[in-house]
Design a protein around this ligand. Structure first.
Ligand SMILES: Nc1ncnc2c1ncn2[C@@H]1O[C@H](COP(=O)(O)OP(=O)(O)O)[C@@H](O)[C@H]1O
Ligand SMILES: [Mg+2]
Length: 178
């Protein structure tokens, strides 16, 4: 990702920085297959703000999100969530940080086919051994319009409904970052 063909667009407001990339680089492979996917990217992600990462296919958007979310290692610079530098964190700490701070909506949804919609939505909290906040969960489910589909499995849902299950799953634990 370079500033030539990509952009990170944010609406500025005086709010806390939840995540920050500073001179973040990511290089895949070496020799002839070497790809510089991120070339010294700096960006702040702030509270109560939508950030759109835009650019052509292959320009590094997914790589930036994976690196910022601690799903992939970085090659240089810094990636922070809150005050925590992701590089050097042990797997367990990184897993905890992801679970506590971030809600993920994957491009391919990544729903578990054997679980119902509701079970998919509460899965991350079930794994963490945490009880869902019932009122919040009801509100999320209602807001995304899934109230009548909670007992259905992903294969019994439309593409849009599956997507909304993935959205509800990301929102269910009230994470700081989606
Ligand atoms: N695991 C990988 N190994 C090697 N190259 C990769 C890998 N993942 C992505 N790339 C390369 O990094 C560049 C950025 O990819 P990506 O972040 O997926 O782009 P975008 O999401 O903007 O379409 C691409 O040139 C892609 O081929
Ligand atoms: Mg992508």
């Amino acid at each position: 990702m370079s500033t030539l063909n990509s952009g990170v667009s944010t609406a500025t407001r005086a709010t806390a920085t939840l995540a920050r990339a500073a001179d973040l680089s990511k290089v895949y492979g070496q020799g002839e297959t070497r790809v510089v996917a991120l070339d010294a990217v700096s960006v702040d992600f702030r509270q109560a703000q939508f950030t759109a990462i835009m650019g052509p296919s292959g320009s590094g958007k997914s790589t930036l999100m994976h690196c910022m979310a601690g799903l992939d290692s970085i090659s240089g610079g810094s990636a922070r969530i809150g005050d925590v530098e992701l590089t050097g964190l042990k797997d367990k700490k990184l897993t905890q940080l992801r679970r506590d701070k971030i809600g993920f909506i994957f491009q391919a949804f990544n729903l578990l086919p054997t679980l119902t919609a509701l079970e998919n939505i509460t899965l991350p909290m079930d794994i963490a051994g945490r009880k869902p906040d019932r009122a919040w969960l009801d509100r999320v489910v209602e807001t995304v319009g899934l109230s009548g589909r909670l007992k259905h499995r992903p294969s019994q849902l439309s593409g849009g409904q599956q997507q909304r299950v993935a959205v509800a799953r990301a929102l269910a634990s009230r994470p700081e970052i989606i």
